[in-house]
Design a binder for this molecule. Sequence first.
Ligand code: SF4
Length: 190
Amino acid sequence: MYNSWEELKKDCMGCTKCELCRTRTNLVFGTGNENAEVLFIGEGPGQNEDLQGLPFVGRGGQLLDKFLAAVDLDRNKNIYIANMVKCRPPQNRDPLPAEQEACIGWLREQVRLMRPKIIVCLGRISAQKLISPDFKVTKQHGEFIEKGGILFMGTFHPAALLRNPNQKPDALEDFLKLKEKIKEICERTY
Ligand code: SF4
């Protein structure tokens, strides 16, 4: 258990708990406001993220920033963004269950320190791990589910939206629902 983000980040940055440590260029710890009420959780770093050490900085990240801006959210101000695994899986494959299990402790500590009111799962991997193992993004996106005092919502991963642009209107609706929910239950985000 950690009492500060500094201690947590320092230990996490040296992590060798799974094989992904061998192939990473940079560990991607997360970015944003550590006191945010809304936490976004993706799957894992891709090539650009691995090179820069930051989450969602490629084309998918630019699309995510557009959706965020549409509902007055900003990764530099009022949200935090992290991933299920902090190191890039080779060739952008899905993180293996064992890698997710090895890494989840870091995310748990981030959540414990932040105590967000809302967690948005970006894509199947994080929604199935954090909301329910049989979560279907195409059917259940935009639904709020309470777990342990936190409201979870799953939506499309930005990379999936780049592959299937016809899902963008549904994704925008999810973000609009998120905005309404934030207005309802959060005090410091807007
Ligand atoms: S993916 Fe997670 S558990 Fe594996 S080495 Fe990176 S930080 Fe550690």
